[in-house]
Design a protein around this ligand. Sequence first.
Ligand SMILES: C[S@@+](CC[C@H](N)C(=O)[O-])C[C@H]1O[C@@H](n2cnc3c(N)ncnc32)[C@H](O)[C@@H]1O
Length: 611
Amino acid sequence: MFPTRTTSTSASTIFVNAAAIECGVYLAPSSIPFAGLGMYAGNRSISRNDIVTYGDILIPIVERPWHIERRLSDQRNFLWDEYIWNADTFDFTDEELGEDLVSDVAMASPGVGAAANSYMSMINVDDYPIKISRAGLPPDSPGHGAFTIYHGRSFYATTPIEPGQEIFVSYGEDYFTSRTHTYGYLPMPDRDYERADHILNTGLNIIRHNKNITAKGDDESLREEIWNDAHALIKDISENIFNTSRILNAIPANISVIEDILEDGGTAYQDYNRSVKDLKWLEEHGQCMDNIIVGRSTIPDAGRGAFATRYIPSGGLVSPAPLVHIDDIDNMVMFMEHVYNEDDDLVPNRRGEYTWQLILNYCFAHHQSTLLLCPYGLLSSLINHSKENFNTKIQWSEDHRMRHPEWLEEPIKEWGLEFHTGLQIDFVATRDIEANEEILIDYGSFWQKAWDNHVEEFRFEEHRSEYYRPAYELNELVFNDDFELRTEKDRAYELDGVQMHCRRWYLHQINKRLVGDQACNIVRKLGEDSYLVRAIRWKDDNEDRTTSFSQDHVLFWGVPRDIFYFEDLPNSRDIHQQWAFRHPIMIPEEMFPNVSLFVLLCVSSCHSLLS
Ligand SMILES: C[S@@+](CC[C@H](N)C(=O)[O-])C[C@H]1O[C@@H](n2cnc3c(N)ncnc32)[C@H](O)[C@@H]1O
């Protein structure tokens, strides 16, 4: 059962303006004290299982600690660490994630994943599985590797959500238990709140039914006194003795509300009313986030894009975007070669070839600064570029919306290492935009020049064979009977960056010595859905297990095609290729008010990127 909210939606609020009527999701100060901004449901009741937000993307940040190790003196300041998700969270198979990526991949999730807060007892949304695709680009497109393949992170309601209610996503218990220095000992769902409810119910029962008290004439004030003392004792123990007790921390500080809280569902919901805002408040303090939705871009080679969900008048807000700042663009370098150092450890070859993390393409930069400003917000990361046909621009948000507007007047070195966000931009319509129009901004002349050069120099035939398909595409096609699988007589899959495997459960039932999935090749097709297969078995033929494994080959007859799957070879995906386009979006000159104050000289690689 859910408590009913104390604030009510007045009819006059709803009819204030069109945006208030239509806006389905708001960005506004969170109901959690000191939590910054949060996301709220707008003017609609959401039933359980309804979609709350559509199609967010995930942008992989690959093995960053390895790439920057011993290179930057201060690694502490990577603000994205507070906004990214461990790739394990998403239940990807190894094939989906790419074998080389499994070891250390963080996923920036710029929509709900970054903008919504987590309040473990009031989680009201969960996400659908992520989809993986190259957005339908032709195989020879210069756009491959320049945008993320991970998309479709839609969130649905796990409980009914009222209009104006804050949206809470689960960051997972580990997020809080590993950050006690920031959050203290927060109660966790189920066990801690249930125990707290039990303590409070027991206390109330003792007081209600205590015979001694009744014998003394059922003295109401005496009962209240005892109950007050008991509560004060519990709070004292919790604050001064066991402040690490998550259970005691669930006991409300205000004794007068305890009975209501227990009646309304228990301590887990004690902040429920606070988390539901009046729509008038949201209109005043918040900004609409769902004026855009994801779709296939109308621009060739651009991948996905953002489209207006409703009419947006000239000067109207398209989307708000708080900014994650990175003081030094070199944080985003990815070295492409490995070498062994004097201790025989594999390390990045810092003199060798390098490229940039994909997220660079989603961030704003200025050619005279090392600063990167990476926006988050609902789907605003999907806004593409057009020099001629832009209909939107960025501008600094009003001061009162930003936590630290004063940063704009201070040198980066003063605030660049701050471990929280402080700035925000708004995407604003430069003309009337009709529903379903693609939202486009001008990324700036540096970007345009870089893209034009990329397209001119891109030589598909030198970069990829015409047969290349990443493993995640082959793994869908493998179930399609019409899709021709290559045999050993054909071109080897390895030449195209992938390896074929056979599933363990099938091989094992025929040959018990095969205990894992095996790399395998098709020798020939025997009949419909029947193949002769060579499994490449790695066997340990030395009893004492001191020698290395040697390769063995085992043949299997009559193998059906659904036991095949593909894996990418290490670093074979588009995002790892040096030919993949990398360039940040440029911050317009007029938004860089005091360039001389902002400047940190680009001493190393950022020079070659931005000049
Ligand atoms: C901020 S992201 C925009 C979202 C991206 N299209 C996606 O699918 O995730 C910037 C990237 O989009 C692509 N892009 C944006 N505008 C483009 C354009 N006019 N032409 C080609 N590619 C474009 C480039 O790959 C660029 O690096």
